[in-house]
Design a protein around this ligand. Sequence first.
Ligand code: HEM
Length: 241
Amino acid sequence: MGWLSKFLNSNIGLKVLMALSGMMMLGFVVVHMTGNLQVFLGAHALDRYGSFLQNIGELLWVARLGLVSALTIHVLSATILTLRSWGARPVAYRSKYWFAPSLLSRTMLYGGVAIGLFLVLHLLHLSPSIFGLDHGIAAITPGYEHCKTVGDGLSASLECGVYANVVHGFSVVWVSALYIVAMIFLGMHIGHGAWSMFRTLGLDNPRYDRLAQGAAVSIGALVAVGNSLIPISVLVGLVHL
Ligand code: HEM
């Protein structure tokens, strides 16, 4: 097992961990966005999706555990790599991509912190039931509706008013504005992070580099625009109760 701890202690080992955990979270973000975009299909579609998620029982907790593990690994690896790179200065930094001096790469650290803060706000905002909160900070979503149990015994299921929560939640202008700013950070983070991920996982052939960079920036832009469309559409009244 010596090779494993050696690998995990090396910069390349940490980058592989970052790439794999990042890929997992990116998968979640894209699936989550696709699910949420059902808001444009109306209340029935989004509520059915919300109820489906709540009714998959243990599987939901398996997915949550996987996500929390990926997030922990990602943040820990990033912290260790960042501290190492700071410790390595003032020797000039010559890495080609981890801290390459472009706008996207320079905002990785701040972007990561901003996304972390967003996640806390987001869970309290649209998923306060995870924390058993009924009042308090959940009040930033006036009219927040918890899932209701429908039926008895084995036929009981949860019905969730996700559509109403989304509309109530994004009717608050400052909340929507915060989401949009966070989505810009998230898009930028993915724009550089996914490119780094492609290279760490072996796609570092100069022939495909431009293609990989273009794909990463496009995925980042798609996530930023796709997610931002939801609060914007509520604010302009396109999505309403
Ligand atoms: C405008 C964009 C977004 C909307 C409208 C949205 C909407 C929602 C809603 C309605 C829930 C609660 C679902 C439920 O309780 O059944 C939720 C949960 C969640 N969202 Fe988002 N979301 C957005 C963006 C994001 C982003 C960018 C991330 C990650 C970076 C994210 C991560 C999560 C997580 C981790 C949960 C908790 C899932 C769970 O364990 O139940 N969301 N989101």
